[in-house]
Design a protein around this ligand. Structure first.
Ligand SMILES: CC(C)(COP(=O)(O)OP(=O)(O)OC[C@H]1O[C@@H](n2cnc3c(N)ncnc32)[C@H](O)[C@@H]1OP(=O)(O)O)[C@@H](O)C(=O)NCCC(=O)NCCS
Length: 366
């Protein structure tokens, strides 16, 4: 039976209020809100875009929400303008400093390590200044502007990393949108507590095909994220039917998901978060080591984004290895722990890769 939900905000055990009808973009449910929903039978849905749970009663984004929050009054508008101009200014200052250091490094008056240390210090100082006036989420957006200037500096001094996926891997799988007909296989893949162990959100105690259908539906909102199934051709070798080699019987089947969530651009720089998972039966067979480089390459080519990052739990060794093999590097930042907590990712660290380091030749576009 569908519960009757309070129209007024409810009070949580900690004393905080909780609006069951809040906007979806006010953020995903934290642990206390999630528990409240579970105990009171309040229907929830997994929001693939924000990578977290929301109530199914969130207000309709098409009526109230543009692709990212816009200021609703003059004070907020001037704050946003202020953030934009501050971010441009800081990025400009850092790029200027990088230009000077580039000359010193090229003339062997300064080592690359010391130059980098100096730039990281400038970036960290800028972040701390920003934190006095703006939210941590705003500081985080600004962080990508600063770090992409450092990535450009590195590209100019030591050359870009020239990352690209191994072309032959791309034939082993395809990315495609999830379809309502996938609900059953989606349930088989994601309805498993162990898959959620390293994801930022708790496992929903009951994961039915109905849950899967809702997740597929919510994931299909497409203006600010892209969620794709990793579709693999079945091959007739040995016990394991989902292999890279051997003759194919032409049957395809999803084994997991990759998701790209677009951040709001700031100072001309746009970052995107990548998140990925596989059904447990497909772990440890080298799939994600092949899939993530392809997905990253595809994402840079299809979207005008400057940096892609992943939040990974510190002890998720397999995911860290996958990210590193795909060219992602550990991406510390001055306020990382605070940012991680404010985004409900305590214990997670970040790995990132920059557009400048990828070989995205136009010749291959066709
Ligand atoms: C994390 C995950 C995507 C890895 O994908 P995968 O296809 O199983 O990984 P691969 O087989 O390509 O292995 C990648 C590397 O991790 C290593 N690895 C795999 N499992 C491991 C484990 N449990 N502990 C340590 N290393 C491990 C592999 O040996 C390999 O290292 P190598 O490159 O040195 O040989 C998959 O395990 C998964 O979906 N887990 C649950 C969801 C999740 O954690 N998602 C990521 C959230 S950030």
């Amino acid at each position: 039976m569908t519960p009757i939900l309070a129209q007024e905000p409810v009070t949580l055990p900690s004393g905080r209020t909780f609006d069951l009808y809040r906007s979806r973009w006010d953020g995903v449910l934290d642990h206390e809100e999630f528990e409240y929903c579970r105990q009171h039978g309040i229907p929830i849905a997994y929001d693939c875009a924000q990578i977290g749970w929301v109530t199914q009663t969130f207000r309709d984004e098409s009526i109230e929400l543009p692709s990212y929050p816009v200021p609703t009054n003059r004070a907020a508008a001037s704050m946003t303008m202020d953030l934009e101009s501050r971010a441009i200014e800081l990025r400009h200052q850092l790029a200027k400093e990088a230009g000077k250091l580039q000359i010193e490094v090229s003339q062997h008056r300064l080592s690359l390590d010391l130059a980098l240390e100096r730039l990281e210090f400038v970036a960290a100082t800028a972040m701390k200044q920003l934190a006095k006036a703006f939210s941590l989420a705003d500081c985080d957006l600004c962080h990508w502007g600063l770090k992409s200037a450092i990535a450009e500096f590195l590209g100019a001094v030591r050359g870009p990393l020239q990352l690209r996926p191994n072309g032959s891997d791309s034939k082993a799988f395809e990315f495609r949108p999830w379809a309502p007909d996938d609900a059953e296989i989606y349930t088989e893949l994601l309805g498993n507590e162990r898959v959620w162990q390293y994801l930022p959100e708790p496992f929903p105690s009951e994961f039915t095909t109905e849950t899967a259908r809702t997740l597929i539906e919510v994931g299909a909102f497409s203006f600010h994220h892209e969620a794709v199934a990793i579709d693999v051709e079945r091959r007739n070798i040995g016990q394991n039917l989902l292999r890279f080699d051997g003759p194919s019987d032409g049957v395809r089947r999803p084994i997991g998901q990759c998701l790209l969530r677009f951040d709001r651009p700031l100072a001309g720089v746009r970052a995107s978060e990548v998140a990925y998972w596989l059904g447990e039966e497909h772990w440890g067979q080298g799939w994600m080591s092949r899939v993530l480089p392809e997905f990253t390459y595809r994402s840079f080519r299809r979207h005008s984004i400057d940096v892609i990052y992943a939040w990974i739990m510190e002890d998720n060794k397999a995911s860290i290895r996958v990210a590193e093999r795909a060219g992602y590097r550990r991406e510390p930042c001055a306020l990382e722990t605070h940012i991680a907590e404010s985004l409900r990712r305590p214990g997670f660290v970040r790995y990132a890769t920059y557009r400048v380091d990828w070989m995205l030749d136009a010749a291959e576009e066709s």
